[in-house]
Write a protein that binds this ligand. Structure first.
Ligand SMILES: NC(=O)N[C@@H](CC(=O)O)C(=O)O
Length: 461
């Protein structure tokens, strides 16, 4: 038995607009939010938050951390640094590592590396199929019961295309109380596809990716979720057609949730005109009409959450012909600014809505405890202070991860993450990541190589 330890020094945050609404103080003692009137101001660390908005710590249900096997692009340590800088206190790490997260050893390694890095909680996602090969189910029970406590299964990057296998995966997940997060892409409809299919793909001479390749899989999976009674989550919805399918499935009472990425809320296929591979992503950037439908769906709850699909790539994977380059964009540091631009400044969501789609709801889908009563007394102190009036031009210095394949380089986004606490521990102070391993030289070199481009395809309010 150890003797009870003394309370840690209290932190008092004064004058923040809580979730953008009323102004009141927040107090942190021993990792939890407490009643600020019980704090002795003279002995507390006081943070003046006037002009700032307090949000709960953000939760990303879809992050590629690349470790093991892709450490030249990102590691768990560099990825959680990017996460902290973006206001995230918890990230779910996708299973498409090398080796794949289909064994206890890999999910427990990723979980342990997250604990060591400390800047954000890392929750490993387990593979649905062995090696993401889409042939036989991974040992989902073992992954769920491991120390990593897997609650989300996904082959993201690959679709579980075989309907029978998807049915069994859903049944299995239901028995474990877990969710299957599907990368909805019919492989037969997208052979060789590198951008959205339409007049522009024809004009540019690039192989097109029809919208129906996504919506048809979501329709099938929704029916399978209804059959099995399982929970289905749809990764990175990118088309107006998929929004209609999700809306209809929800109206039928099917247990379906869906995510949208910040880049699909703000950017269109027009960016591909320059053949710059920074704008190559899976699913591809779509049309203006799709962007509008995605924004409306996020506002009305058809789409439940924003997830980054942070997909770091080393420069050589992107510095090649558009058709040959890797799919993916980094997104952890720019997600909140992109959502402010696409949703808040357009009047579609208020800050309480941002807290719901970027913290409370993703935590609920992934079963991460401690986010269900955001910023309320007694909750764990996961707190983000944002300056909504700031404007930041994104450059490689804005990116704290190892890779710089951001579509926003050279672009100004609103808002700035000023301070972050995770479980009461400061992870960002005055926009600087606390206790970060400094590898700025690596980030700068990568960014300079990737370069910046004007953003004609950005949808404005
Ligand atoms: N979203 C992406 O464009 N890329 C992802 C996986 C994927 O292809 O979905 C990646 O892991 O790089």
């Amino acid at each position: 038995m150890t003797a009870p330890t003394a309370h840690t020094r209290a932190t008092l945050i004064t004058g923040a607009a809580i979730l953008g609404g009323e102004r009141r103080d927040l107090a942190i003692v021993d990792g939890a939010l407490v009643d600020p009137t019980t704090i002795d101001r003279d002995s507390a660390d006081v943070v003046d938050a006037s002009g700032l908005i307090a949000l709960p710590g953000l939760v990303d249900l879809h992050t590629h951390l690349r470790q093991p096997g892709g450490e030249q692009a990102e590691t768990v340590a560099t990825g959680v640094r990017a996460a902290a800088a973006g206001g995230y206190t918890c990230v779910f790490a996708m299973a498409n590592t090398n080796p794949v997260a289909d064994t206890r050893a890999v999910v427990e390694q990723v979980h342990r590396l997250g604990q060591e890095a400390g800047l954000a909680t890392v929750r490993p996602i387990g593979a649905v199929t062995v090696g993401l090969a889409g042939e036989r189910l991974a040992d989902m029970t073992m992954l769920a019961r491991s120390a990593a406590r897997v609650t989300v299964f996904s082959d993201d990057g690959k679709c579980v295309a075989d309907a029978e296998l998807m049915r069994r995966a859903l049944e299995h997940a239901a028995s474990l109380g877990a969710v299957v997060a599907q990368h909805a892409q019919d492989p037969d409809l997208t052979r060789g596809a590198v951008m959205h299919e339409g007049p522009l793909s024809a004009e540019l001479g690039l192989a097109g990716w029809p919208s129906v390749a996504e919506s048809s899989i979501v329709a099938r999976d929704a029916m399978l979720a209804e059959l099995t009674g399982a929970r289905l989550h749809v990764c990175h919805v990118s088309t107006a057609g998929t929004v209609e399918v999700v809306r209809a499935a929800k109206a039928r009472g099917i247990a379906i949730t869906a995510e949208v990425t910040p880049h699909h809320l703000l950017l269109t296929e027009q960016l591909v005109r320059g053949y710059d591979a920074r704008f190559k992503v899976n699913p591809p950037l779509r049309t203006d009409a799709d962007v509008q439908a995605l924004r409306e769906a996020l506002a009305d709850g058809t789409i439940d959450i924003v997830a980054t699909d942070h997909a770091p790539h080393a420069p050589e994977a992107k510095q090649t012909a558009f058709a040959d380059a890797a799919f993916g964009m980094v997104g952890l540091e720019t997600a909140l600014g992109a959502v402010q631009e696409a949703m808040v400044e357009t009047g579609l969501l208020d800050w309480a809505g941002v807290a719901r789609v970027m913290s409370t709801a993703p935590a609920a889908i992934g079963q991460e405890a401690g986010y269900d009563a955001p910023l309320e007394i007694g909750s764990p102190a996961h707190v983000v202070l944002v300056d909504p009036a700031a404007r930041t031009t994104i450059d490689t210095g804005s990116l704290r991860g190892r890779s710089a394949n951001s579509p926003f380089l050279g672009i100004e986004l609103p808002g700035s993450v000023r301070h972050v606490w995770r479980g009461g521990r400061r992870t960002v102070a005055d926009a600087v990541v606390v206790e970060a391993v400094v590898e700025a030289a690596v980030g700068a070199a990568v960014g300079a190589a990737v370069g910046a481009a004007p953003l004609e395809g950005q949808v404005r309010a």
